[in-house]
Design a protein around this ligand. Structure first.
Ligand code: COA
Length: 373
């Protein structure tokens, strides 16, 4: 079987930061505005008042302290509460492609690759900016890559599922060097007016180079020992935005057209699935969870990751075993585990084994077991 390695990663980090304090101040001003506007209905008992958010709750419940965003002003403006982007003409590089190209160039530099070395581009994220042409093909052209490109979406597992497609393409011979990009402009599908989830997401883009081991020249290479994907249908994380909204005469601004979730149920249902998934995959490779030097887990909730690790290794997780990046980046949909891998692998030694694992909407779980060369 063709040996496949990950030979480079890169990150695009958006220009603006929103702290929890800034976010809560804006949200609570919105609550006050709305409650004043609907004071009569609230007094008559025909409308429920909105309830304020709190920094303490957000940090305790999720571990998130801030997030990066592509636009700060629109999100914090209580008369908008969404990011505002300037519409671009068809001849300009689109926004998702722009951040993907930035992350891709960094990953390519790390892997020592030029556009000509890349013969497949997979753009995989929880939300695509348009239906077609595929974002991946625009990115392929912008970096001067050969071969083919396509888009895919498995929500929070979009990155790990794409990495497996890249590995399989190389093993089957349909590609030799694949660029996987995960542009996550989550701020545009986040519901900033909903107290239950207004703090969850942040924007970012990650990029990964996956190639045949015999073409890799990077100083830092990671053998892909195996990958495993699983899905199980659930409505607990859902977004009904889509091209049939018009035909259904449904309101494009209705609450169900942005992110919504039953967070508590997701937490309870996904933790055991993710832990069992990793354990089974490691067993197939004759590895015990305690032999894994590092877990680069999905970054949605700090306690969720701690529970997954406790189930796997039977002890309290440390930042060394399962680093967290969600305090700084928040939940970046599919990109979280790749950011953790990007930022927390330099100290590992040749022969060390690590696991990248995502879990979330679908439900979906995807994992890759890697070993440093
Ligand atoms: N500020 C203050 N209080 C809040 C709040 C806010 N922003 N949002 C909710 N609360 C309150 C609730 O009203 C509730 O109050 P009650 O106990 O009086 O009814 C209480 O806090 C607990 O709410 P709950 O929604 O049960 O919180 P939680 O502990 O489950 O934490 C999440 C919420 C979203 C952080 C957590 O469930 C989670 O991260 N789940 C996993 C989600 C996930 O992985 N999703 C994948 C997405 S891609």
């Amino acid at each position: 079987m063709t040996a496949v390695v990950i030979s480079g990663t890169g990150i695009y980090q958006p220009p603006f930061t929103i702290t929890n304090a800034e976010l809560v101040a804006s949200f609570n001003a919105y609550v006050e505005q709305q409650n004043a506007l609907h004071a009569d209905a609230i007094a008559a008992g025909t409308r429920e008042p909105l309830t304020p958010s709190s920094v303490e709750f957000i940090e305790k419940a999720s571990g998130i302290k801030q997030r990066y965003v592509m636009d700060k002003e629109g999100i914090l403006d209580i008369n908008l509460m969404y990011p505002r982007f300037k519409e671009r003409s068809d001849d300009e590089l689109s926004l998702m492609a722009e951040i993907a190209v930035d992350a891709a160039r960094k990953a390519m530099a790390q892997a020592g690759k030029t556009g000509q070395d890349i013969d497949a581009v997979i753009c995989s994220s929880a939300n695509m900016q348009r239906a077609y042409p595929a974002m991946a093909i625009e990115i392929q052209q912008a970096i001067g890559a050969r071969g083919y490109g396509f888009d895919m979406n498995v929500a929070c597992s979009a990155a790990t599922f794409a990495l497996e497609q890249a590995v399989n393409a190389i093993r089957s011979g349909s590609a030799t060097c694949v660029l996987v990009v995960n542009p996550e402009i989550t701020s545009a599908h986040q519901e900033w007016k909903d107290r239950d989830c207004h703090f969850i997401f942040g924007d970012v883009c990650t990029a990964t180079i996956v190639e045949r081991a015999d073409t890799a020249t990077a100083a830092d290479q990671w053998d892909v020992l195996g990958s495993q994907l699983a899905t199980q249908f659930s409505n607990n994380i859902r977004n009904n935005f889509g091209f049939m909204n018009r035909s259904e005469d449904s309101d494009p601004l209705a609450r169900d057209k942005t992110f919504r979730q039953e967070g508590r149920k997701v937490f309870k249902e996904v933790v055991p699935v993710a832990a069992a998934h990793i354990e089974t995959q490691l067993a197939k490779l004759s590895l015990e969870p305690t032999q894994v030097r590092r877990y680069w887990l999905h970054q949605a909730n700090q306690s969720m990751n701690q529970l997954v690790i406790r189930k796997l290794v039977g002890q309290e997780p440390t930042a060394d075993l399962a680093p967290l990046i969600l305090d700084e980046y928040a939940n970046t949909a599919s990109a979280g585990s790749v950011i953790a891998f990007h930022q927390h692998r330099a100290d590992l030694q040749s022969g060390d084994v690590g696991v990248i694992c995502s879990f979330g909407a679908g439900y979906s779980v995807g994992s890759l077991v890697l070993r440093k060369r």
